[in-house]
Design a protein around this ligand. Structure first.
Ligand code: 5GP
Length: 112
């Protein structure tokens, strides 16, 4: 059974897509922790970071690198938390590698 993110990548489930290329995709989180909360995925399904081939990891990083300032600018954020939950015990709910870009604002009260 493909993950929900594979289904989004295949266009079978709708999402608010903010970026897409041959290898990667970014869309807004369905349950955002802040305005602009974005998820970046490899389109192919890899459960954990160590499963991602180096060339795909490189593409994924390039997309993250490009999107972090764009997401911050889009919601006028002061900073962002950029994070992977890697494995169930770390809070990873969807077993398809994804990077959270979580916009942060002065005084939003947290270091995570
Ligand atoms: P995790 O806890 O696995 O690191 O994060 C999974 C994230 O995926 C959560 O923030 C959750 O809100 C988001 N999410 C789960 N299902 C969907 C979905 O169907 N569509 C979108 N856009 N986000 C989802």
């Amino acid at each position: 059974m493909p993950t929900i993110f594979s289904q989004i990548a295949a266009g079978e489930i709708p999402a608010r897509v903010v970026y897409e290329d041959e290898t990667t995709m970014a869309f807004l989180d369905a349950t955002p922790l802040a305005p602009g909360h974005t998820l970046v995925i490899p389109k192919d399904e890899y459960p954990r970071l160590n499963d991602v081939p180096a060339d795909v990891a490189s593409e994924l990083y390039a997309t993250i690198h490009q999107l972090v300032p764009a997401v911050e600018a889009a919601v006028d954020a002061d900073a962002s938390t950029v994070a992977f939950n890697n494995g169930e015990a770390a809070g990873q709910e969807v077993p398809h590698v994804h990077c959270h870009i979580l916009p942060r604002f002065e005084g939003d009260g947290g270091s995570n």
